[in-house]
Design a protein around this ligand. Structure first.
Ligand code: SF4
Length: 329
């Protein structure tokens, strides 16, 4: 019987699952993914996590509980940095400890550090450490790593060609508008945008209304980088930089009818970045901007009403050419 490795369907699953899955499968392991988010998974996460954490981290705890009795190991890497000279939110590097402290009787947790901040650091070294939990055959580990890189490259390429992570990972089908009447940019972290339950399926809601949706993942990385680097100070949080750079990329485009920025309550990075984005958009463009804050108490009906009001306002402004109608949600 093969060894089962559990991967929580949360946080950076939406970034790296193809790479992680391929690596473990190539080593001969059975990959067990937690179930799609439900109310029970979220409630379990909220119950077991510290109150101060943001929604995605609470939800991650729920997904770990969902896997607890189904896997021989659980994969929770200690992610410190995913790019040269940058860090990611500190919650990621403390995640294995946080989970281990809050959830008892877990199977062994694979908590190898991934830290690419230093120019000399090499991703393979972390993968070799992970692989050594299961085999001492470094040739096998290296081959699995190479396959994992290929899978990740293919995944990222498919996204740049227009596929959404939820289509590729979750097989979610969207109704594409034949002729979109609005083009809306949806800005937020991958784990907020593509988790159908947490985002209250905002992607489908917009697409069903005949709206074309653009997300940061579909924009060119070089342009995002270029825009973010124009700030007076270097933005050293990788995900904050992506959201900021993506929003600034939209600034000069004439084909964007509105921006919806989704932020998690309790997220220090989002509190800062969303404010910066809103100020720049307000000051330099007339693009309507709507900030949607989500937490475990967010009610779908209330969110629907706010989105509808925002879209009505955009259509009203366009139909009547009335720029005196507030452009902010
Ligand atoms: S960036 Fe914000 S939402 Fe994401 S894990 Fe950190 S605190 Fe939570």
């Amino acid at each position: 019987m093969s060894v089962k490795i559990g991967i929580p369907r949360a946080l950076l699953y939406y970034e790296y699952y193809p790479m992680w899955k391929t690596f473990f499968q190539e080593l001969g392991l059975e990959v067990v993914l937690s179930d799609p988010t439900t109310k029970t998974i979220l409630n379990d996460g909220v119950k077991h996590c510290v109150d101060e954490a943001c929604l995605p981290v609470k939800l991650f705890h729920g997904h770990v509980i969902n896997l607890k009795n189904r896997a021989d190991y659980i994969f929770i890497p200690k992610l410190t940095s995913i790019a040269r000279g940058e860090y990611i939110c500190p919650k990621f590097c403390g995640l294995p400890e946080m989970v281990g402290f809050s959830i008892k009787d877990l199977p062994p947790v694979i908590d190898v550090e991934i830290n690419l901040r230093n120019p000399k650091s090499v991703l393979y070294k972390s993968f070799e450490q992970i692989g050594r939990y299961f085999t001492q055959d470094t040739r096998l580990i290296k081959a699995a790593f190479n396959k994992a890189m290929e899978a990740q490259k293919y995944y990222l390429k498919s996204i740049k060609q227009g596929k959404l992570p939820s289509e590729l990972l979750e097989n979610q089908k969207f109704v594409s508008p034949v002729k979109a009447d609005l083009r809306i940019a949806l800005i937020g972290h991958v784990y907020n945008l593509y988790d159908k339950y947490i985002s209250m399926d905002i992607l489908s809601k917009l697409k069903k209304q005949g709206i074309e949706v653009i997300t940061p993942e579909q924009l060119e990385d070089a342009k995002i980088e270029e825009q973010a680097n124009r700030m007076n100070k270097k933005m050293f949080w990788s995900f904050g930089k992506r959201l900021l750079g993506a929003t600034l990329c939209l600034k000069d485009r004439k084909d964007i009818d509105g921006i919806i920025f989704i932020m998690s309550f309790g997220c220090g990075v989002d509190a800062f970045i969303s404010d910066l984005c809103e100020r720049r958009i307000r000051r330099e463009t007339g693009i309507p901007f709507f900030l949607l804050t989500i937490d475990e108490h967010s009610g779908e009906a209330g969110v629907n009403t706010r989105i509808e009001a925002f879209l009505d306002m955009i259509r009203w402004r366009r139909k009547n050419e009335e720029s005196n109608i507030s452009a902010y949600g």
